[in-house]
Structures are given as C-alpha cells and as structure tokens.
Unconditional design. Structure first.
Length: 198
C-alpha cells in the first residue's frame, strides 16, 4: 500500500465554527502525486481538533501536492509543499566512500550556495535538523576543521545525495555544496540548506 518513496504527514483538522462539521474527507482525484488519504472523519464538534495521517509520493519534486478537503458544508483546496530536506533518506558511508562518490558527481551534478550566519559553528547540527541525512564520520570534527559531510539518497529513484558544509567560524561565512545525480533536485537542496543556515 505505502512505498518507500512516500512521505508520511500528520495533518490536524480543527473545527473553529460554532456548529459541528461532518463527513470530512480528502479528495485526491485531481492530484498528480500518488497519495493515500486519511479515512473519512464522521464529525468534529465545535472547537475540536483531530490528527489524521496522509502519505504522499511527491515524485522527488518540491512542487506542491494539491488536494481538496471536503465536508458536509462544502470544500476547500489544500496545497502541501514538501521541504527539500524531507525528500531524502539517510545513507550510511565512510569518509573515503563519500569522497569517491563525490568525485564521480562533479560538473553539472555539483551545486554550491553560500551562507552567512552568526552561528556558523552550529551549522552541522542545523543541517541534521533540516534534512533527513546521515552524518559521515570524519577524522577531524566540524569544530576543528570547519567541514562536515552528510550522505543520503532521494526517496524517488534512490539517487545519491552528498552534502558538504564548509564554514569559517571567525567570519561566519560558509558554503553548502551538494552533489547529486539529479542536478535540479541538488540545486533545491543546496538552496534549502543555505536558507536555513542564514
């Protein structure tokens, strides 16, 4: 039913009206992405909230998935935009493996994005919070070398995604380098990480 390429999401349905609403469902018939909607919710009393689960295959794209939420009083559109960091899964590898794979993904498969931050020393920890990536163990830690490496693969197609963060702690300047077989997705991830480190 669900595939490894799908993202799990929890949506919170809230009734902010003075009367109950019922027969709440998600219509995914017009969506271009494959999805498994939540079961119909019979009713929500005034002021009540309920968490429901939704699984969506974004197809490796940060384009929004568009749905319609229907209930006994009407319907309204819903657009879900996935953060680029959620469209990957961690991939464990050693530093020599990382460097060898990175060497094979140069040229158009490499994207860099600069960032400036007053907390450049915290950059490595923030990358793990933003992206579903594995930390690549290194002989030199980030605090002493200013370089951190992360590895993952795309949910769609299992393509390698390699991220290198280089930071100058004194100036607060840094560079995010992403190597990925899908250059468009790699560019999205580099921009997403750099924006999150600013």
């Amino acid at each position: 039913m669900f595939s490894a390429a799908m993202n799990f999401m929890q949506l919170t349905l809230s009734n902010r009206k003075a009367q109950p609403i019922g027969r709440i469902s998600l219509d995914n018939s017009g969506a271009s992405q494959q999805s498994y909607p939540f079961p119909e919710v019979a009713a929500l009393a005034p002021g009540q909230s309920m968490a429901v689960q939704l699984h969506v295959d974004f197809g490796g794209s940060t384009s929004p998935a568009r749905f319609t939420i229907k209930h006994d009083g009407g319907s309204f559109p819903l657009a879900v935009v996935p953060p680029a960091g959620e469209l990957v899964r961690p991939a464990m590898m050693s530093e020599p493996e990382f460097l060898a794979k990175q060497a094979g993904l140069g040229g158009m498969h490499e994207c860099k994005s600069a960032f400036a931050s007053t907390s450049a020393a915290m950059a490595a920890g923030r990358v793990v919070q933003m992206c579903n990536l594995a930390i690549v163990a290194s002989a030199a830690d980030f605090a002493s070398s200013g370089t951190a490496r992360f590895a993952g693969e795309t949910l769609q197609g299992s393509q390698q995604l390699l991220v290198t963060i280089t930071a100058n702690f004194a100036s607060g300047q840094g560079v995010v380098q992403v190597n990925c077989a899908d250059p468009m997705f790699g560019s999205s991830v580099a921009g997403f990480i750099a924006a999150g480190l600013r």
